[in-house]
Design a protein around this ligand. Structure first.
Ligand SMILES: C[S@@+](CC[C@H](N)C(=O)[O-])C[C@H]1O[C@@H](n2cnc3c(N)ncnc32)[C@H](O)[C@@H]1O
Length: 264
């Protein structure tokens, strides 16, 4: 898992998607930022570069082994002293209210049974006027070329519905933030695209094939034949894989009526 997150993190199309989302939030120099579900720390390392030497980034994840891997991967980073790591679930954040200028969850909520509870906690630990930002893939948007369309749909959708709590999470993020009481909710739709079966796309499709076998959707020879279909398309230059990422951001309201500028 750590390795696949790092491979994804290094993939140029993914670097662009992630950085576009962080600019959209936006995260600024000197801020205190929390990333919920930090995994191996790919996003925390980008955030550290944005908040700089006067800022602070905290990564939390319920998986102790993920947090240990993230800490180890950050050990040689120039801004490692600006990064903190904690083991905790998103629905129970170990921080006082209003501690962060921005709170993010990147490709996390689609895995979570109760995303409302995680967003509620993200809102609580964000200061009034601060931002809560979430980004997810939406596996209802996968478009991929393959000679056997029926098997492709059965595998892709069959695996997605068994692997994720909400494979359509991406398109639902703006509603989730509005329901949590955030104001000025905005949406950024972005597309991951690959035409060469580069390492991230290759391992993504290989994991789909392996999962399809373990979920009993197809048997092992059928899964291998399905993977071979992609290799043939790549050789012809006809391979296309795309899917959408949705990023949503909202502002935590100030309690009570806001005071305007002083008048006499
Ligand atoms: C796909 S990884 C994303 C890691 C990182 N945000 C990134 O984009 O590279 C999803 C992470 O969410 C974490 N996670 C799962 N359930 C969670 C929950 N309820 N609260 C917080 N994190 C959770 C997992 O342990 C995993 O590290």
């Amino acid at each position: 898992m750590v390795q696949s997150l790092e491979v994804r993190g290094r993939t140029p199309a993914q670097v662009r998607l992630r950085r576009r989302f962080l600019r959209f939030v936006p995260v600024r120099a000197g801020q205190r930022v929390l990333e919920v579900g930090c995994g191996s720390g790919v996003v925390v390392r980008d955030l550290a570069a944005l908040v700089g030497p006067r800022g602070e980034v905290v990564g939390i994840d319920p998986s102790r082994s993920m947090v240990e891997a993230a800490r180890a991967l950050a050990r040689t980073h120039a801004l490692r002293r600006r990064m903190r790591w904690r083991v905790a679930p998103g629905a129970s954040l170990p921080f006082a209210g209003g501690r962060f200028d921005a709170t993010l969850a990147v490709t996390v909520l689609l895995h979570v049974a109760d995303p409302e509870a995680v967003v509620r906690e993200m809102v609580r630990v964000t200061r009034p006027g601060g931002r809560v930002a979430v980004q997810d893939q939406d596996f209802g948007t996968v478009a991929v070329t393959h000679p056997d369309r029926a098997s492709t749909e059965r595998i892709m959708w069959g695996v997605a519905t068994r692997m994720y709590e909400e494979p359509h999470s991406g398109r639902r993020l703006p509603a989730l933030l509005r329901a949590a009481g955030l104001e000025g909710v905005r949406l950024l739709t972005d597309v991951f695209q690959d035409t060469t079966l580069e390492p991230f796309a290759k391992s993504f499709l290989e994991r789909r094939a392996a999962n399809a076998v373990s979920f009993g959707i197809v048997d092992a020879p059928a899964a291998q034949k399905w993977l071979d279909g992609f290799t043939e398309l790549v050789a012809l230059g006809d391979f296309v894989l795309t899917f959408n990422y949705y990023g949503a951001v909202g502002v935590k309201p100030h309690a009570g009526p806001r005071r305007g500028p002083a008048t006499r």
